[in-house]
Design a protein around this ligand. Structure first.
Ligand code: ATP
Ligand code: MG
Ligand code: MG
Length: 350
């Protein structure tokens, strides 16, 4: 049978592996760290660094298609992999989403709204950026940020040098603060033949920079709902994308503003596991395997909540709740801020 290669062995790689297994595929994980969560459910794991060319080539040759659970794969590693097997989603999606400056420039070129932004590399360029975008603003590292890490908020020009220090010399982007009423995301998929399917938008609440809950349905007018789906499809088509993509949006009186895109399955799409016949993980596997996309129509109202660090203490109680579906990642060590699992609470209507 066919083998799916997955770069990254975290919880997303784990849930991708489970979906792949359900469709009869074998999975092979490539992960530098020891004992990855995905290793417990995958058929095979290669433990090696991304600069290990031999290990990368052997991994690629052992699979039929390569996908990934995170977007920060080094370019040189991608070159090695791509010499042997197709990578989905493709290189262009990775190139664009690896750098916030490239990403926002791309989104603007598509005619989409983003926060005002300018690139920052020293105190002088930061002062110029503040003069242009105004404050409040957020300084973000261009690369490698997640869960709100690598970000500093500026309430006024007096915060400039402190904020720049937090970037630790990394190239950064100053973003004007978007005055949004709430945040939503669209989990969208595109197949090899170009068909597009979107899950119902979810409404996201963050805590300490980390996603806390996703609620479906989101508070959106039908016009906003249509807009969200159309702009996601616009992005997918522009990238000739294959797989699942997460699009994070700010809802404002002036319309939807794109915050960022993620070329992979997305934490805010975990509700689909208990709200749809075909969830985001299966949809991704279907797309990269060249299958038709599945039925991602929502059949329930769901609240997804992340279990972070000490939230694990609640598991015995949660396990007793008939309306709560538990998804635990099998991580041995509980650490503050670490995503240990999530729950999908089904809202009963009758
Ligand atoms: P993720 O874990 O989603 O990848 P990240 O580290 O890439 O997070 P962002 O999504 O850029 O960070 O920002 C995290 C959160 O901070 C956003 O969801 C939003 O709540 C807030 N935020 C980010 N940028 C802005 C902005 N320009 N204006 C207002 N709020 C913002
Ligand atoms: Mg991000
Ligand atoms: Mg984000």
């Amino acid at each position: 049978g066919a083998v799916i290669g997955i770069l990254g062995g975290g919880q997303l790689g784990r849930m991708l592996s489970m979906a792949a297994a359900r469709l009869g595929f074998a999975t092979h994980i490539f992960e530098p760290g020891a004992n990855p969560p995905a290793g417990q459910v995958a058929d095979r794991v290669t433990t090696a660094a991304y600069d290990n060319t031999d290990a990368l080539a052997a991994f690629a040759k052992s699979v039929d298609v390569v996908t990934y659970e995170f977007e920060n794969i080094p370019t040189a590693a991608l070159d090695v992999l791509e010499a042997h097997r197709p990578i989905h989603p493709g290189r262009e999606a990775l190139r664009i989403s690896q750098d916030r400056l490239t990403e926002k420039t791309f989104l603007r070129q598509l005619g989409l709204q983003t926060a005002a932004f300018s690139d920052v590399y020293d105190l002088a360029s930061l002062a110029a950026a503040i003069a242009e975008t105004g404050t409040p603003a957020i300084l973000k590292t261009r690369r490698l940020g997640y869960d709100g890490k690598g970000q500093a908020r500026l309430s006024g020009p007096q915060d400039a040098s402190r904020a720049l220090e937090e970037m630790a010399g990394a190239p950064a982007l100053l973003e004007g603060f978007v005055d949004f009423s709430h945040e939503v995301s669209v989990i969208a998929a595109r197949g090899l033949t170009g068909e597009v399917a979107c899950f119902d938008p979810g409404e996201n609440v963050h805590r300490d920079g980390i996603l806390h809950t996703t609620t479906v349905p989101a508070r959106l007018s039908s016009a906003q709902r249509t807009d969200a789906v159309l702009l996601a499809a616009n992005i997918l088509n522009a990238l000739d994308y294959v797989g699942v993509l997460g699009v994070e949006l700010f809802v404002t009186p002036q319309g939807l503003v794109v915050n960022e895109i993620a070329p992979r399955v997305h934490n805010s799409g975990h509700w689909t596991q208990n709200g749809c016949a075909v969830d985001q993980f299966e949809q991704h596997i279907r797309a990269i395997a060249g299958w038709p996309l599945g039925n991602g129509q929502r059949h329930a109202d769901v609240v997804m909540e992340n279990l972070i660090g000490a939230d694990m203490d609640r598991v015995p109680d949660l396990a007793r709740d008939p309306d709560t579906a538990l998804h635990l990642y099998g991580k041995a060590q509980i650490k503050p801020g670490r995503k240990m699992g999530h729950i999908n609470r089904i809202q009963r209507t009758g």
